[in-house]
Design a protein around this ligand. Structure first.
Ligand SMILES: [Zn+2]
Length: 162
């Protein structure tokens, strides 16, 4: 692996039922990398992503992918409510309205996806962001950055829209 990855466990998840891992919802955290980890480890916050990606591409794993992390809230995707049950939550540290994703963040996300894409049977149609599954309530990612990320994923995995 090109980018370092480490555990920073968050208590904000449910162990049952097991996570379905049908696809991925991308977020931005607004806060910086270490601030976001600290927030997700606070007992009161009741939120966590599965994975957080720093501007330099380093990845913090917060919740096991077998568990349902609390990242999406009220949400709908592919006609189904409660996206936490079936979409993993991956966040980029920072605010994509204030600064674009770094190349390292995108490369790191691709590296993480690559390790799972075929095994999980993922396709572009099952990759989304928080803005699209909670419209009017959440605005991450910035549309231009979502377009950039999606193009990079499409280029890497060569998947047509499905
Ligand atoms: Zn979000």
């Amino acid at each position: 692996m090109r980018f370092p990855e480490f555990w920073a466990p968050s208590p904000h998840f449910a162990s049952t039922p097991r996570h379905e891992r049908r696809g991925v919802c991308f977020h931005h955290s607004v806060l910086g990398f270490s601030e976001t980890i600290a927030h997700m480890q606070e007992p009161e916050s009741r939120v966590s992503y599965h994975l957080l990606i720093a501007p330099d591409g380093a990845r913090a794993r917060l919740v096991s992918e077998e568990h349902v992390a609390w990242h999406a809230g009220v949400s709908v995707f592919q006609g189904r409510e409660g996206c936490n049950a079936f979409l993993l939550g991956v966040a980029f540290a920072g605010d994509t309205y204030a600064a674009p994703l770094t190349e390292a963040q995108i490369e790191s996300a691709l590296e993480w996806l690559e390790a799972r894409w075929a095994e999980r049977g993922w396709s572009l149609g099952w990759i989304t962001d928080h803005r699209q599954i909670a419209p009017g309530r959440k605005d991450d990612l910035a549309p231009a950055e979502w377009t950039r990320l999606r193009a990079a994923i499409a280029a890497r995995f060569g998947a047509p829209d499905r």
